[in-house]
Design a protein around this ligand. Structure first.
Ligand SMILES: NC(=O)c1ccc[n+]([C@@H]2O[C@H](COP(=O)([O-])OP(=O)(O)OC[C@H]3O[C@@H](n4cnc5c(N)ncnc54)[C@H](O)[C@@H]3O)[C@@H](O)[C@H]2O)c1
Length: 356
């Protein structure tokens, strides 16, 4: 098969990660042939690092100046909707980073366009490609340990994300930026649709880090119930400072499974008594999920060749529904059903700025 030509949209943290995965690990099956970012300097630097020939300011410019089989969209969440639509309407396959979009209207438009165009739309939930997380899902599906009763999922990120991600108007806040992964994992593991969510948040470090954005929080606990009766908790801390931490525990009717660990040495406690133990701790999502990010890009190339998607628009949309209901719960201090935010006419009132 001919080498797939990919356009990398966004040259920030994730754009760099995916460019490296494709260039160094996907082999002859795909290459990044263009990078676009309004910050030409960042795009040019990334292109120079990985030998990419074309640097553009916008996706529109990249479409004028080159031809592609697919795009990898790694831009801030509020830009996902217009960029995904542009790529899909150009007939290109799309890997779209999480969160899929800012709201469910945008998700529906992206999903509808992808279906109509017959292109592959993969969502950036890399835990779906991590061997531990996949093994956990397979054990749960096997029925060997019964049905999930309680699912406890956490993601603690090391440092503050980029400024746009700290603002609920442009990102939907930490529940979207950090805990989207948990919202996807609990739904995947429950094997059931979410019914409602109750979110509580706190802000321990924002002021000392100079974040004064309204509604900023760095700590979150959400409770989600599922149609199956399973109950899940999602915990988030960012910045956690001690490292990157992603773990899940599922208690089932006939057993339990734990997935994830704090360092490359396997399960470890970071603090034992009062003394730090010597195990290495994952510093970033980049090292914790390094293999998964590579498999994710390989899976995208497979999907371009017709293989079934492992994680797609329905999963992205479900997570955005929980993000919206969870944010409304945080703002109004009550349990919010997913049906409430799915209702026609629901407007996330805190989003004053979407699309760009
Ligand atoms: N899957 C994961 O593990 C993971 C981890 C971190 C972030 N993300 C997601 O990836 C996306 C990007 O996050 P990031 O941390 O790389 O952000 P970032 O701010 O580091 O980089 C985003 C880049 O996109 C560029 N950009 C903005 N608008 C653009 C446009 N219209 N066209 C092209 N480029 C544009 C910006 O100039 C910036 O360089 C977000 O959706 C985020 O939630 C995913």
């Amino acid at each position: 098969m001919a080498t797939k030509r990919l356009c990398m949209v966004g040259a920030g943290r994730v754009g760099r990660l995916h460019t490296r995965s494709i260039t160094e690990h996907v082999g002859h099956r795909a290459e990044v042939t263009a990078i676009c970012d309004p910050s030409r300097e960042i795009a040019a630097e990334l292109a120079a690092d990985y030998g990419v020939g074309l640097v553009c300011a916008t996706l529109a410019e990249a479409l004028e100046r080159g031809t592609y089989d697919g795009v990898v969209i790694t831009t801030p969440t509020f830009t996902h909707h217009p960029l995904a639509l542009t790529a899909i309407r150009a007939g290109l396959h799309v890997h779209l980073e999480k969160p899929m979009a800012m709201n469910l209207v945008e998700c529906a438009e992206i999903s509808g366009a992808a279906e109509a165009a017959g292109i592959a739309l993969q969502l950036g939930f890399m835990r779906r490609f991590d061997s531990d997380f996949v093994a956990g899902a397979e054990l749960l599906r096997s029925g060997e340990i019964g049905d999930p009763m309680i699912i406890k999922s956490l993601t603690h990120g090391p440092g503050l994300p980029p400024a746009w991600a700290n603002d609920i108007r442009t990102s939907n806040g930490m529940i979207a930026e950090v805990n989207s992964h948990d919202l996807d994992t609990i739904s995947w593991y429950a094997g059931s649709e979410p019914v409602d969510i109750h979110t509580r948040v706190a802000n321990f470090k924002g002021a000392q880090r100079g974040v004064v954005t309204e509604h900023f929080y760095d700590t979150l606990v959400a409770t989600v119930t599922f149609e199956s009766g399973a109950i899940a908790t999602v915990a988030g801390v960012c910045p956690a400072d001690y490292g990157y931490d992603a773990r899940v525990e599922v208690t089932c009717t006939a057993g339990m499974v734990q997935v994830g660990h704090t360092g490359p040495g396997g399960p470890a406690s970071i603090v034992a008594g009062t003394a730090l133990r010597g195990e290495a701790v994952y510093r970033s999502w980049r090292d914790r999920f390094a293999d998964a990010y590579v498999r994710e890009m390989v899976a995208f190339v497979d999907a371009m060749d017709g293989a079934p998607l492992r994680v797609g628009a329905a999963d992205g949309t479900r997570a955005v529904g929980l993000v919206l209901a969870g944010t409304l719960s945080m703002l109004e201090g009550r349990t919010v059903t997913v049906a409430e935010v799915q209702a026609a006419g629901f407007v996330p009132a805190w989003q004053t700025r979407t699309g760009q």
